[in-house]
Design a protein around this ligand. Structure first.
Ligand SMILES: [Zn+2]
Length: 751
């Protein structure tokens, strides 16, 4: 040990007194600092973020590891070959792999790695101080040690042995670099198919104030332990081969580490599901070939859903019990039916009851032939219990994130589905031809026959969760109680809603106000309270504006609930009576630092207006132009509220920004008029839509536009058919002076 220490001391002195270190440290910190700055400021489009520990630690995790790999490759080579060129190397030549020298090298490089990591963390903390967000969360920064420093320490050991085995300074430098890229860089998943053997790579996930690094931390540690065992075992083996001697002390240590490593490795891989692209494409093709005929066959539809959802956040799992009422709304009897359960779910029990028939369903996909067909207007029922659990090795799904704290699930997506699901089709033309598939199912055309507007469901949803958590869900909370150490919530929207419901569960702070007989709730992370008052004011303002201009608010309450950043893909999303917003995106933005834009105003204005445009009042017929009646109208409301709060000039600056977004994007996809816009062209439905609606309001006046919108809602309510984009244009024509008619048509129908 004394020898190890003396080697360690010489090496450490060499590294820390050398001229290279200050230069590399400064370069590293400069680079990380630039990235941190960019992460906080976020450019002009997005709001400035709070300089929280989680944000800065994530920024380190994103950038530090790759850069550190290069430094470690250099330092391992440098330190290993330094003594070689000195006169001592002949003496050391006989030292085995495990010799004091190499351990000394390894320890000194490990010290260097921790030095770099601590410097990076200190940089993060100084950013927090500079941005005046002093709450330092050490569990966020400890991720840097676990996810970056420790794998780098293992990498250093691996590289030192590589240098030893190759015995040529520059050759080993080259090979070390190559090897490091293959085993440790983000490219490793190209070379190493099994996630277990990618133990030298860093972590690219998310840090959430709700959930920390979640279950990913322990899973990552288990894999590291496996890696450590594996590396020690290979060193030990090469040692025996080279020296032809077995040191029993080391053998015992190796054996123990290999054993724990092996156990951790199997724990890490438990439940691993390898996704093979070819297999997935093949199964999608088979599905389409076998079941596309159901597109034309009459199928019953769900009219009523009674469900209980049992959430187990700490186990990353939940169970759903449900009963569907299924009604044949066609004029023909249904003799065959297709029922599909979602992948990744296990079916505990599923029974279809129709007349005197009780049909047990065992498979994910069941084709049912009734002995007694389901006559027109007759009903059947589906009773099911299904469960879901995810494991870290497969990662979580953004919209099905059942996690320790801050869960969010677009849960209706995972309920059983009736009939053919065209969204499973392969869209890639080449892949389709290769598999002999015809044309992909097309989006409905504007002038196709309209659907009836009676496809909403009656929803009764009971949710229970851990004792310290609160649930927010689609619809209104009608009852809440506690039983056997769990919290129960009963949600029941006062009106029928589309088959689209979601929920969240977290340890929430809670603020409520009654405003003109609507109860407003905001549920949020206890440390994210900065914008609550501002949001509350904006919700009131939006409610008042929408009620007086578009018509009554359809529910008795509105809930805004924050969810963890483990859910990505939206800033906020609106459901009947409930709006979910993701951590850090808008709700927890640093408004005071950013005079340019008020994202809370946008959040309240846009999302709350979806309770008129998209929620359950105006639900357009699913076809081209449909998003014009949801997103474009929400953008319009957002703009009008911005104008109300900050004046016309400020609003015009926002419009200008949307013009820029549209101009920047339009070159990348086929251009289409707003009234035929498809769902994926958000630069048209949101940005160009905002520009056009503001132009329209300047042309015929805000009050006139609102009159048209109010009439549109009335027409939808009374017609029994779903709305299409031209309905709105028709309403505009009826409310405006003929001298504007051509201009109005050009705005919506021109390119
Ligand atoms: Zn929207």
């Amino acid at each position: 040990f004394r020898a190890v220490f003396s080697f360690f001391r010489t090496d450490a002195l060499y590294i820390f007194k050398g001229r290279v270190l200050p230069v590399t440290t400064l370069a590293l910190l400069f680079y990380l600092g630039m990235e941190m700055y960019a992460e906080i400021e976020k450019g002009i489009r997005l709001p400035e973020k709070f300089a929280s520990s989680g944000l800065l630690a994530s920024s380190i995790l994103e950038n530090f590891h790759s850069l550190a790999i290069l430094l470690i490759v250099y330092y391992c080579n440098d330190i290993y070959w330094r003594s070689r060129v000195s006169r001592f190397h002949l003496l050391e030549e006989t030292t085995p792999l495990f010799g004091a020298k190499i351990i000394g090298h390894w320890l000194s490089i490990s010290l260097l790695i921790f030095f770099f990591s601590v410097m990076a963390i200190l940089l993060g903390i100084s950013f927090q101080v500079a941005y005046n967000y002093i709450h330092v969360d050490f569990s966020a920064y400890s991720g840097v040690i676990l996810f970056n420093s420790l794998p780098l320490v293992l990498l250093a050991g691996f590289l030192l042995v590589l240098n030893k085995l190759i015995s040529h300074k520059y050759l080993s430098l080259g090979i070390s670099l190559l090897a490091a890229i293959i085993v440790a860089s983000p490219f490793a998943n190209k070379f190493i198919p099994s996630p277990l053997f990618r133990f030298l790579t860093g972590f690219t996930g998310e840090y959430s104030d709700f959930n920390g690094y979640g279950i990913y931390a322990s899973s990552f540690a288990a894999r590291l332990l496996f890696g450590a065992g594996l590396l020690l075992f290979t060193w030990w083996l090469s040692e025996i081969i080279i020296t032809r001697k077995i040191k029993w002390g080391i053998a015992v240590i190796t054996f123990m580490l290999v054993l724990t490593g092996g156990l951790s490795g199997s724990r890490f891989m438990k439940g691993y599901h390898h996704q093979n692209k070819e297999v997935m494409l093949e199964s999608a093709a088979n599905y389409e070939k076998l079941y596309r005929k159901y597109q034309l066959l009459p199928q019953p539809v769900v009219t009523n859903v009674i469900t209980s959802i049992h959430l187990y956040p700490s186990d990353n799992s939940y169970e759903i019990e449900g009963v569907y009422t299924l009604k044949n709304k066609t004029n023909t009897p249904v003799s065959q039916m297709l029922i599909q359960f979602e992948d990744g779910f296990s079916i505990k029990k599923a029974t279809l009851v129709s007349g005197s028939e009780n049909i047990e369903l065992q498979n994910k996909l069941s084709e049912i032939s009734f002995q007694q067909p389901l006559a027109a207007n007759d009903s059947a029922s589906l009773h099911f219990t299904i469960s879901y659990r995810w494991v870290p090795v497969n990662g979580h799904q953004s919209f099905n994130a059942i996690i320790n704290n801050g869960s969010f699930m677009r849960i209706s997506r995972y309920y059983p589905k009736i009939g053919y699901q065209s969204d499973r089709e392969i869209t890639d033309e080449q892949e389709r031809t290769k598999r002999g598939l015809g044309e992909v199912s097309k989006e409905k055309k504007l002038d196709d026959p309209r659907s009836n507007s009676d496809d909403f469901i009656r929803l009764t949803m009971q949710v229970d969760t851990d004792a310290d958590q609160t649930v927010a869900a689609t619809g209104e909370l009608v009852k809440q109680w506690r039983k056997q150490g769990r919290n129960y919530f009963l949600f029941q929207p006062s009106a029928p809603v589309p088959f689209r419901f979601a929920l969240s569960s977290a340890k929430y702070a809670h603020t409520s106000t009654m405003h003109n007989s609507v109860m407003i709730h905001i549920l949020y992370h206890p440390e994210h309270g900065e914008n609550v008052v501002h949001l509350m004011n904006n919700i009131r303002l939006t409610l008042d504006y929408c009620k007086s201009n578009f018509g009554a608010y359809p529910f008795n309450s509105i809930t805004f609930a924050e969810v963890s950043s483990f859910t990505r893909g939206f800033a906020a999303t609106a459901y009947p009576a409930t709006i979910f917003m993701t951590e850090n995106m808008t709700f927890h933005a640093n408004l005071k630092a950013d005079q340019q834009q008020d994202v809370i105003n946008e959040l309240a204005g846009h999302e709350l207006s979806h309770l008129w445009w998209g929620g359950n009042q105006l639900v357009p017929d699913d076809r081209e132009g449909a998003v014009m009646l949801t997103e474009t109208l929400a953008m319009y409301t957002e703009m009008m509220l911005y104008k109300k709060m900050y004046g016309r000039e400020k609003m015009m600056q926002r419009v200008q920004m949307h013009q820029q977004i549209y101009d920047a994007e339009k070159g990348f996809s086929a251009n289409m008029p707003l009234y035929k816009v498809s769902g994926n062209n958000t630069h048209i439905s949101y940005s160009k839509g905002a520009v056009i609606m503001v132009q329209l309001s300047e042309l015929i006046g805000e009050a006139t536009v609102n009159r048209a919108l109010k009439q549109l809602l009335n027409r939808v309510r009374n017609s029994g058919k779903k709305a299409i984009s031209t309905d709105f244009i028709d309403e505009l024509i009826t409310v405006s002076h003929p001298r504007y008619h051509n201009r109005i048509r050009t705005l919506f129908m021109g390119i």
